[in-house]
Design a protein around this ligand. Structure first.
Ligand code: CMC
Length: 372
């Protein structure tokens, strides 16, 4: 049997959603650089779900559809209030809340194309409301109702802070959402596809995807990056801190990638944003510490930063709590998960690989009383 550890190099699906070829990332053929510079997140969601860019009116209608579906049921707000909030990681809260939300969806187990699309709309629209509501509830504040007149990025920041964000923050956050929206067969998307390939439902698919994203080798890395930056604290401390980690063969969070060999094309956009935003907030040290880490890790290991590395200082500069970084990744990647779930249903076959058995050979069963 040929085993590919961690399924490295294995092509496990065909997809027309996003591609990584020669270190270039495209969504439906559109270069991520173009989309990051120009597109609204809602436009990208439409692109991933419909495989074409929306026309002007279609985009307006789609934005309206998401905005109208953003409120979450009162039962869910009460449920969020019942969590042991101070102890709960927001990704655990999100995983539970999204699953709970499915209980209130009359179409949860309806498998028509239309019902599945409607569920996708509801999930995409409501996930920022859930994350923002949880963040406020655990601080003893009431959740803020979503607004219909704000775009997706602005609405999230508004619901989080209870005040309208400025244009710089909205543009930066929109760009971060665009950059995280889809990424071919990453671990959480693969998880979602494995789940729904059993013909399980959309809520189960995204709940399992959130669970996979939570881990620090995947989406959880962005929170760990910020933890590292805080521990380092100053540019002078970078050198001894990083060299010690490398000497101990510890991984540096926010570096490396299974697929990219010469660097993650998303990282440069976040790096630029990090430089700008850390200056604007009067805390350029987070960018300076980050670039110093980058110079050491690339010189010593030749491993470039990935999407998670500079997103940490970007989100920190936007005033976002550090344990919300991964939920924000989930808010964006929800669009990709849903695109892949819908695509999987369109051309489904059970995903069931094999394992190479490496345990003991034939053994003889010994009765319990004779086992000594
Ligand atoms: N720091 C130090 N060494 C590293 C790192 C790192 N971040 N990443 C890989 N290496 C080394 C690793 O130690 C190994 O060295 P050796 O061959 O000497 O044992 C070699 O590179 C190959 O590493 P691997 O873990 O086998 O590579 P992989 O393809 O299985 O893992 C990865 C990819 C992203 C899990 C890994 O690079 C990593 O753990 N990075 C840190 C966590 C992280 O930033 N995750 C976010 C990934 S990108 C966006 C996302 O999915 O959220």
């Amino acid at each position: 049997m040929n085993t590919a550890r961690g399924l490295e190099g294995v092509v496990a699906a065909t997809s027309s959603i996003s591609s990584i070829i020669d270190d270039k990332l495209t969504y439906v053929g559109y270069d991520i650089d173009d989309l990051a510079e120009n597109a609204l997140f809602e436009e990208v969601v439409f692109l991933l779900w419909h495989r074409r860019l929306p026309k002007k009116q279609e985009l307006e209608d789609f934005k309206k559809l998401l905005a109208e579906n953003a409120p979450i049921p009162k039962e869910l707000i009460d449920h969020l209030k019942s969590y042991p909030n101070q102890k709960v990681h927001p990704m655990a809260a999100l995983r539970t809340a999204v699953s709970f939300l499915g209980l209130f969806d009359d179409e949860a187990d309806v498998f028509t194309k239309e019902a599945n699309y409607n569920k996708a709309v509801r999930l995409q629209a409501k996930i920022p409301t859930i994350v923002a509501a949880f963040s406020r509830i655990r601080k003893g504040l009431e959740p803020v109702e979503p607004r219909k007149d704000l775009n997706f990025a602005a609405n999230f920041l508004y619901m989080l802070n209870g005040e309208e964000p400025d244009q710089v923050a909205v543009e930066a956050f929109n760009k971060a959402l665009v950059l995280h929206a889809d990424h071919e067969l990453n671990a959480s998307t693969f998880t979602a596809r494995v789940c729904v390939a059993t013909l399980s439902d959309v809520y189960s698919g995204v709940t399992s995807a959130i669970s996979a994203l939570k881990g620090p080798l995947h989406g959880g890395a962005n929170e760990q990056v910020m933890k590292m930056l805080m521990e380092i604290g100053s540019v002078e401390n970078v050198e001894p801190y990083i060299r010690k980690k490398l000497a101990n063969k510890e991984k540096i969070m926010g570096f490396g990638h299974r697929v990219y060999r010469n660097g993650d094309p998303r990282a440069k956009h976040l790096k630029k944003m990090s430089e700008k935003l850390t200056k604007l907030t009067g805390e350029p040290k987070w960018y300076d510490i980050s670039t110093k880490i980058e110079s050491i890790v690339t010189a010593e290991k030749n491993i470039p930063p990935n999407v998670d590395f500079y997103s940490a200082s970007v989100y920190h500069s936007l005033g976002i709590e550090h344990d919300l970084f991964t939920p924000i990744f989930a808010i964006s990647r929800m669009s990709g998960w849903l695109a892949h779930i819908l695509e999987q249903y369109e051309n489904n076959r059970l995903i069931r690989p094999r394992a190479e058995y490496v345990g003991p050979g034939k053994q003889t069963y010994v009765k319990l009383e004779d086992r000594g």
